[in-house]
Design a binder for this molecule. Structure first.
Ligand SMILES: Cc1ncc(C[n+]2csc(CCOP(=O)(O)OP(=O)(O)O)c2C)c(N)n1
Ligand SMILES: [Mg+2]
Length: 589
C-alpha cells in the first residue's frame, strides 16, 4: 500500500484504519479460520517519530486502537529526542510509554544509548518486534531510543540534521568513521549486495507460500471468494439499484433521515459497506440496524452489542481520528467506510479530508445538521463557512441533496466512485420530497433524480400559461434551500416571469460535465440568476455571474427555532424572488 503521510500524525492514525480494515476483512472473508492461519491475517507495521507521537490525532487514534485491542498493529517509535527545534525537551517531556500503557497497549523499550556508548543492537530490536507481533490481544509500541544522524561527527543528534544536507566535509568525515574511502562514492561491498539481494528470494518464497494458502481458501470458500472478486473489481452488487429506496412525494423528510434509510436499505446487499459516527449515531442516522458493532465482544454495552468482526463503527468523540481511520480503511481497499458527525465538526477532520483528497482515496463522510436549520444548538453548531471551505479542497466532492430522493441518487454516485473522497451534507429539519417526472412546464412534477449524477440539473422548467417558456431567470439552490427556489419560482411566474429552478447538489460533479450540458442547464444568455444557500455566498459568483445575486448568510447564526432563523436572516422565498427581480432590473435593456 502507498500512503502519503507528510502531515505528522496522519500516518500512524491511518495505520489504525489499516488494522481496522484487516480485522473487518477477515470477518467478511475468513471468519472461522484459526488465528494466524488465514491468508487475510497480517501485521500492520508503523515507523513513527517524535513529531508523530506529539500530534493530537495519534492520541485519538491510539486510544481507539487500544480500546479495539488491535493485536495486528505494531508501532516502532523512533525516539531520537530530536525534532526541528533540536532537543525535544523544550516541548515534550511526558512518559510516552506510560501513556500508551494507559491506552491499553503492549509497550516495550529498546534503548541503544543505554550503556553510554551508542550501539545499534539490531538483534535486540528484532527480538522486541517478534514479541510485539506475538502479542495478538493488544496493539504494540516499541520505543526505540536512537541517535539521529549517527555517526555523522558534527551533525548527529542535532535538529539541523533533520532537514539540511550533510555537506561534503561532513560526508567525508562520516565515511571515515564508517571505514569507507572518503574519495569514493556509491561504494557497496559485494557481500553487502549479496545479502541485500537475498531479500528478493525470501520475498518470493513468502509470496508463493501465501499464494498457496490463498488458493486453498479460494477453492474452499466459493461464496466469500466471489465477494472478494467483486470488491477487488470495485463493482457494486447487482442488487444495489433495486435495493435503493424510493421516497414518497409530498411527504416532508429530513435528508439525514433519508440517508439513514438508504444506508439501511443497501446494507444487506453491500456487506463491504460499513461505518458509524463520532458519538452522534442517532443524529447522523449512520447506524446500519441489526448489525453488530465493531468492538471486542467484552466491550459490548446495553445499547450496542458487538464483536471484533462487527460493522457499526463507534469513533467516540474523535472526529479527526475518525477521518484518518476512514482514509486508512479506504486505502487498505476492498471495503467502503463512512464516518459521521455534524457538518460543523468537519473542521476537526479537515487535515485528514485534505490528505484523502490529495491521495485520491474514496473515503466517505456523512455530515448532518448542515446549516442554521439545526436551530436551537445555536451559532457554535451552525455551519456558515463550512460548505465553501470544503468545496475549496481540490478533489473532494461536497454533496448536498435537495430532497430525500436526491439523497438516494447521491449515495449511489458516491458508492460508484472510487477515485476521490465525498461528503454528503444533510439537514436536521424536514424538507419537502418532490414528485419526480419530467420537470416540464406543467409544474406538477419535477426533474428526474438522474440529474443528481451530473451535479446540477433542471428541477423545474420555466413556464408561462402552462407551457414551457424561455427562462428569464434561473434560481440555483442546494439542500434545504431548493424549496425556497421552488416557491420563489411560483411567485415570479405568477408575475409573468418565466423562472427555471436548478438543483445543484454537487458543484464538483457539475463542473465535470461537458460545456454543452452546462450550457443546457445554465444557458449563458440567461443572465438574471440567484443562488440560494444557507451559508457563505463565496463561490456562487461563478454560477450567478456579474448580474446575479446570492441569498446567503455572511455571519454567524443564532439560537432559535429554525423557521424563525431563516426568517430573521432573510433566507426566504420572498428574498429569493426579490433578488431575482433585482438581478433582472440590473440587466441592460
Ligand atoms: C503536522 C505537521 N506539522 C509540522 C510539520 C513540519 N515538520 C516536519 S518534520 C518535523 C519534526 C521532525 O522531528 P521528528 O518528528 O522527531 O522526526 P525526525 O526528524 O526525528 O525523524 C516538523 C515539525 C509537519 N510535517 N507536519
Ligand atoms: Mg525525532
Amino acid at each position: 500500500m502507498e500512503i502519503t503521510t507528510g502531515p505528522l500524525g496522519q500516518g500512524l492514525a491511518s495505520a489504525v484504519g489499516f488494522a481496522y480494515s484487516q480485522r473487518r476483512q477477515r470477518g467478511l472473508f475468513d471468519a472461522d479460520a484459526a488465528e494466524g492461519t488465514s491468508p487475510f491475517d497480517h501485521t500492520v507495521w508503523v515507523i513513527a517519530s517524535d513529531g508523530d507521537l506529539q500530534e493530537g490525532v495519534t492520541s485519538e487514534a491510539s486510544s481507539l486502537a487500544g480500546h479495539q485491542e488491535l493485536g495486528n498493529l505494531v508501532v516502532i517509535y523512533d525516539e531520537n529526542h530530536i525534532s526541528i527545534e533540536d532537543d525535544t525537551d523544550i516541548a515534550f517531556t511526558e512518559d510516552v510509554l506510560k501513556r500508551y500503557e494507559a491506552y491499553g497497549w503492549h509497550v516495550q523499550r529498546v534503548d541503544w544509548t543505554r550503556t553510554g556508548e551508542y550501539k545499534e543492537d539490531v538483534q535486540e530490536l528484532h527480538a522486541a518486534l517478534l514479541a510485539a507481533k506475538a502479542e495478538t490481544g493488544k496493539p504494540s509500541i516499541v520505543s526505540l531510543r536512537t541517535i539521529i544522524g549517527y555517526p555523522a561527527p558534527k551533525k548527529q543528534n542535532t535538529g539541523k540534521i533533520h532537514g539540511s544536507a550533510l555537506g561534503s566535509e561532513e560526508v567525508a568525515a562520516l565515511k571515515k568513521v564508517l571505514g569507507f574511502d572518503p574519495e569514493r562514492s556509491f561504494q557497496v561491498d559485494d557481500d553487502v549486495l549479496a545479502h541485500a539481494r537475498a531479500a528478493v528470494d525470501r520475498g518470493a518464497a513468502a509470496r508463493s507460500e501465501w499464494q498457496e494458502a490463498f488458493e486453498t481458501w479460494q477453492s474452499g470458500n466459493p461464496e466469500a471468494a466471489a465477494l472478494l472478486e467483486r470488491v477487488e473489481a470495485r463493482k457494486l452488487p447487482a442488487e444495489l439499484e433495486s435495493a435503493l429506496p424510493v421516497f414518497e412525494a409530498g411527504k416532508d423528510v429530513s435528508t439525514r433521515a433519508a440517508s439513514g434509510k438508504v444506508l439501511n436499505a443497501i446494507g444487506p446487499v453491500m456487506p463491504e459497506l460499513w461505518g458509524g459516527s463520532a458519538d452522534l449515531a442517532e443524529s447522523n442516522n449512520t447506524t446500519i440496524e441489526g448489525s453488530p458493532s465493531f468492538i471486542p465482544a467484552s466491550r459490548s454495552t446495553d445499547a450496542w452489542k458487538g464483536n471484533p468482526y462487527g460493522r457499526v463503527l463507534h469513533f467516540g468523540i474523535r472526529e479527526h481520528a475518525a477521518a484518518s481511520i476512514v482514509n486508512g480503511i479506504s486505502l487498505h481497499g476492498r471495503t467502503r467506510a463512512f464516518s459521521g458527525t455534524f457538518l460543523i465538526f468537519s473542521d476537526y477532520q479537515r487535515p485528514a479530508i485534505r490528505l484523502g483528497a490529495l491521495m485520491g482515496v474514496p473515503s466517505l463522510y456523512v455530515w448532518t445538521h448542515d446549516s442554521i436549520g439545526l436551530g436551537e444548538d445555536g451559532p457554535t453548531h451552525q455551519p456558515v463557512e463550512q460548505l465553501a471551505s470544503l468545496r475549496a479542497i481540490p478533489g473532494l466532492d461536497v454533496v448536498r441533496p435537495g430532497d430525500a430522493n436526491e439523497v438516494a441518487a447521491a449515495w449511489k454516485v458516491m458508492l460508484e466512485n472510487h477515485e476521490n473522497p465525498a461528503g454528503i451534507v444533510l439537514t436536521r429539519q424536514n424538507i419537502p420530497t418532490y414528485a419526480r417526472g419530467t420537470g416540464d412546464a406543467d409544474g406538477d412534477t419535477f426533474g428526474s433524480t438522474a440529474g443528481v449524477a451530473k451535479g446540477g440539473y433542471v428541477l423545474a422548467e420555466a413556464s408561462a400559461n402552462g407551457k414551457t417558456a424561455e427562462a428569464r431567470v434561473i434560481l440555483i439552490g442546494t439542500g434545504s434551500e431548493v424549496q425556497l427556489a421552488v416557491h420563489a419560482r411560483e411567485a415570479l411566474q405568477a408575475e409573468g416571469i418565466p423562472t427555471r429552478v436548478v438543483s445543484m447538489p454537487c458543484v464538483e460533479w457539475f463542473n465535470k460535465q461537458d460545456a454543452a450540458y452546462r450550457e443546457a442547464v445554465l444557458p449563458a444568455a440567461v443572465k438574471a440568476r440567484v443562488s440560494v444557500e444557507a451559508g457563505l455566498s463565496l463561490g456562487w459568483r461563478e454560477f450567478v455571474g456579474d448580474a446575479g445575486r446570492s441569498v446567503s448568510l455572511e455571519h454567524y447564526g443564532a439560537s432559535a427555532d429554525y423557521k424563525r432563523l431563516f426568517q430573521e436572516f432573510g433566507i426566504t422565498a420572498e428574498a429569493v424572488a426579490a433578488a431575482a427581480k433585482e438581478s433582472l432590473a440590473g440587466l441592460p435593456a
